[in-house]
Design a protein around this ligand. Structure first.
Ligand code: NAD
Ligand code: DAU
Length: 352
């Protein structure tokens, strides 16, 4: 088994589905607190797959995590669990401190205790893979080189500060205790099962529903977009062959201004699902108040992971975004569950 945390979220859910698509893959214990961002509908195709064990709970729960480790004896932990939305962290940072920092600390401590009691073979092969973000490096000027693994940490939002803190804990557990960790710092993901509070799914769904497409500030902020399936393949590579104690930057070599991302979505929708009035979705674009402290540019230099592990993204932005828009058109049931809130009924049914 491997233990995945946050596996009902966007990237964790894609990771679990991709992993178990391999019939020879080890099973997964999936620990998730099912916050508003956790959605079991994403995993509905695994309902009868005995290789997937879902556990409802918090990475900050020492008793539960210890029990799971004893019971399932995983050979690795992949930690996706986090509060992940920058805007929410600005309105209410407390949950970000709790899950991203205190929760990661608890997971590290439980895992270290478990690992220290493993037999020599299992101890040697055990891995703790921490999934992190490029936002820890701060903001780049237009002409600056892309972030490499040696860039100093300069987080600017409560979210990125909490992720930076968790990265530092993971690093310290390696240097102090010899605990076998690897960390990946990835750029902006997009793809299926993305919660529609983030730019790309929000733009697709608002366009289809005739709503404004909100662009913060001047829309010239740049992000480096990576298709989620490529992020999952990078994590698999780093988990199996990454060097202990190392960090690897993962990115798509796809720098795009926000306004261009939204226009690209509009053009694809014009083609795949034209508006009934024959006008362009571009007309729905609306400039709104900027995000406080909005980072201007992120860009990832992903040459280390390519040089050392041979990983490169398979998708370009053009192929990935078209596939993503098509996925949202093809999956009205998943979308309806999210939009109406019925995806949270399971919690009520199970735990009321
Ligand atoms: P998400 O918000 O979609 O999912 C997070 C998941 O974690 C949810 O299922 C939620 O229920 C679960 N969770 C939250 N708190 C928990 C807790 N205390 N215990 C157990 N489970 C908990 O996030 P995502 O976009 O899938 O991101 C996953 C990870 O990847 C995060 O660590 C994030 O920082 C990192 N990351 C995200 C991106 C991106 O573009 N989305 C890019 C780079 C790195
Ligand atoms: O860089 C990796 C990070 O990417 C991850 O660590 C985060 O978990 C993930 O949420 C994402 O953060 P961003 O803040 O970059 O993603 P978001 O989709 O919220 O915003 C993308 C850009 O679009 C950002 O510059 C803000 C802008 N934006 C966003 C929304 C929601 C808008 O202009 N309008 C919007 O309505």
């Amino acid at each position: 088994m491997i233990l995945v945390t946050g596996g009902a979220g966007f990237i964790g859910g894609n990771f679990v589905l991709d992993w178990l698509a391999n019939p020879r893959a080890e099973g997964i214990v999936n620990l998730d607190k099912l916050t508003y961002a956790g959605n079991l509908a994403t995993l509905s195709s695994l309902e009868h797959d005995i290789r997937h064990q879902f556990v409802y709970g918090d990475i900050g729960d020492t008793i539960l995590v210890t029990k799971l480790l004893q019971e399932y004896q995983p050979r690795a932990i992949v930690n996706f669990a986090a509060e992940s939305h920058v805007d929410r962290s600005i309105h209410g940072p407390a949950e970000f401190i709790q899950t991203n920092i205190v929760g990661t600390f608890n997971l590290l401590e439980c895992a270290r205790e478990y690992w220290s009691n493993l037999n020599a073979d299992m101890k040697k092969s055990f891995r703790f893979h921490h999934v992190s973000t490029d936002e820890v490096y701060g903001s780049l000027t237009p002409s600056a080189s892309a972030f490499s693994e040696t860039n100093p940490y300069e987080p600017n939002s409560p979210y990125s500060a909490s992720k930076a803190a968790s990265d530092h804990l993971v690093r310290a557990w390696f240097h102090t205790y010899g605990f076998p960790v690897v960390t990946t710092n990835c750029s902006n993901n997009y793809g299926p099962y993305h919660f529609p509070e983030k730019l790309i799914p929000l733009a697709i769904l608002n366009a289809l529903n005739g709503k404004p497409l909100p662009i913060y500030g001047d829309g010239q902020q740049i992000r480096d977009w990576l298709y989620v399936g490529d992020h999952c393949s990078a994590i698999r590579e780093v988990l199996s062959r990454g060097k202990l104690g190392e960090t690897y930057n993962i990115g798509g070599w796809n720098e795009k201004a926000n306004i261009d991302v939204v226009k690209a979505i509009c053009l694809i929708l014009n083609e795949l699902k034209p508006r009934s009035d024959g006008r362009s979705y571009v007309e729905q674009i609306t400039f709104v108040r900027d995000r406080p402290g909005h980072d201007r540019r992120y860009a990832i230099d992903a040459s280390k992971v390519e040089r050392e592990l041979g990983w490169r993204p398979a998708k370009t932005f053009d192929t990935g975004i078209r596939k993503t828009v098509q996925w949202y058109l093809d999956n009205p049931v998943w979308i309806e569950g999210v939009v109406s809130g019925t995806y949270r009924d399971w919690l009520q049914k199970q735990y009321s």
